[in-house]
Design a protein around this ligand. Structure first.
Ligand SMILES: [Zn+2]
Length: 146
């Protein structure tokens, strides 16, 4: 029966050992240098004034990211830029951005290329009138070439 009973002395000594072990662990964990928490990026909101600012308005737009955040977006480079004025200025002075700006200024926009001239509009109206006249009077299409 004695072998099943644990004496109070032995039990208390075991508990003390455990405490010592725990203390050792605690002391070792405090001795270890834990890595410092990484600096979290500060979230800044998009400033609407940038859209009208002379330095940015030619290339900046705002775009909603997949996570729902609204960030500054460079229309020339097709890339997003941090919502921070120094970051915008830094992007504006990168060689990539400057090259893209210069190449954009040399190209003509497609809307301007597709614009019809006033003479073309007059030709279209004349052709439409001839077609309508032929259809209205049930004339042959061969008359159109005359
Ligand atoms: Zn850019």
């Amino acid at each position: 029966m004695d072998k099943f009973l644990i004496s109070s002395k032995s039990l208390s000594s075991r508990q003390e050992e455990r405490r010592d072990i725990n203390n050792d662990c605690d002391s070792s964990s405090t001795m270890r240098e834990e890595p410092l928490p990484k600096k979290q990026k500060q979230h800044r909101d998009f400033n609407e004034k940038w859209l009208t600012d002379i330095t940015f308005k030619n290339w900046i737009s705002k775009r909603e990211q997949e996570c729902g955040m609204i960030t500054a977006y460079c229309k020339v480079c097709n890339c997003s830029v941090n919502n921070h004025k120094p970051a915008l200025v830094k992007h504006m002075n990168t060689t990539k951005h400057l090259q893209n700006i210069s190449s954009k200024s040399q190209t003509t926009p497609i809307q301007q290329m597709l614009k019809s001239k006033p003479e073309d509009e007059l030709k279209k109206r004349a052709e439409l009138k001839i077609c309508a006249f032929l259809a209205q009077h049930n004339l042959t299409f061969s008359l159109m070439d005359i």
